[in-house]
Design a protein around this ligand. Sequence first.
Ligand code: NAD
Length: 493
Amino acid sequence: MYRLYINGEFKDSSEKERIINPATGEVVAEVAVASVRDAAAAIQAARNAFDKGPWAKLSFDERKAFLLKIAQGILDKAGELAKLETLNNGKPIKESTFMDIPSAAKTFEHFANNFAGYLQSERIDLSDSNAESKILREPLGVAVLIVPWNYPLLISCWKLAQALAAGNTVVLKPSSLTPLTALELAKIIHEVGLSYGVVNIINGSGTRIGEALCADKRVDLVSFTGSNEVGKQIIGYCAKYAKKLIMELGGKSANIVLKDADLEAAVNGSLCSIFLNQGQMCTAMSRIFVEDAIYDRFASEFVSKAKKIKLGPGMDYETQMGPLISKEQRDKVIGFIEKAKKEGTKLLCGGKIPEDPQFKNGFFLEPAVLTDVTPDMGIFKEEVFGPVACISRFVNLEEAIELANNSDFALAACIWTQNKTTAENLGKKINAGTIWVNTYGMFYNEVPYGGFKQSGFGKELGREGFWEYTRLKSLVIDKSKDAKPLVNYWYGF
Ligand code: NAD
């Protein structure tokens, strides 16, 4: 039984919910569900910890020691956390073990080890004035962190590491579909001995406690990663008190394959870019644009490899694609495929619930490849968030740019070419926050990440991401020693 973590205590709640293993439909754990009162208690705890507690006043090095202990705590429990992430989310255990969990620990280490300098104040000499200015960089205060279900621990740790390193106190709300690793993290954080209320972690659906968390006057910042639709609701909740927001929303990313690409690398990379994590990635390259000269070879190799992807329960080390997160999500994805077929696309493979009886209680779906997709179709425009690749052809770079930029989203893109200059020139013309060349999905703690247009605003990671969790304050100091400052004489008294 997992409980809520509020003000340094693990608390029960009157309501509980069962967490389901998407590979089997079996119950993995029971979790306490926060009420609106619990949300308010968590905010108050974070508020008290920020206003009256030591956390924000500690030196960076003192905070650093705590962050490094959290990183170590994650590493000490890495095997257990990886298993739990896979049981809860369905992703292959290889991904949880080698990507999600170690990257989560690394993010804490990175912001602990490298960011002392980014909180320093700066003195500015005002040459034509008798004053000087000091720019202070301060924590914002209480941060509400809202996280989706596709990378439950990793995205929680991105937000927590940055917010805590900067000196904020937080209330973290994982997705109610995947709260387990965040609630395990609460135990690690408790053992590390952070003062009470610095970190509060509560499970509950967004419809139940989302507004209470975001609209509350005691909250200074909401950092949200999730869907476009919910992001816009949150912007609405935060409008009354004009809160600082970080919005990491959905995507409809473009994968551009040029005729001079290393074909094998481009096919394999493109498969990863849409089928990893069952296609449930904000940066999923759901629109693949291939140059005419290599289109047929690319499409035939892509389809033949997509058919070979091994479906299975995430806990099996041989599994390459696990189940989708829920039956609702699978129904939604199948709905997109059916609509696309009616709109005139051609389904080259997959898109079906596998017939093998071993999959019958899970939410599996065979990876789908569609062609003949045109910009007027729903499948071209809307985020599917599942294993559905759409391949289209282009004849020249101008057309590739036009197709890629023909989207309301602008989160990420991939370019496959052996010509570095072409890649850089093309990269400048693609409207997306992150552009990978001859690779996919490489996130670095050093590199700011975040989209444009309907993909949101604000950055996560890097120096700029860290600074999103801070505020700037300007002190202007009159330097007059002998004479009195000018304002003294203004009224002539
Ligand atoms: P979601 O928007 O349904 O939920 C995200 C979080 O918001 C969950 O914790 C949920 O409980 C909460 N929530 C739901 N309604 C709320 C409300 N009214 N008020 C406050 N919180 C509320 O998204 P999801 O289905 O969990 O995740 C998939 C989406 O997340 C996709 O659109 C994907 O592109 C996006 N995503 C974006 C990024 C990025 O970095 N840009 C990363 C991962 C996922």
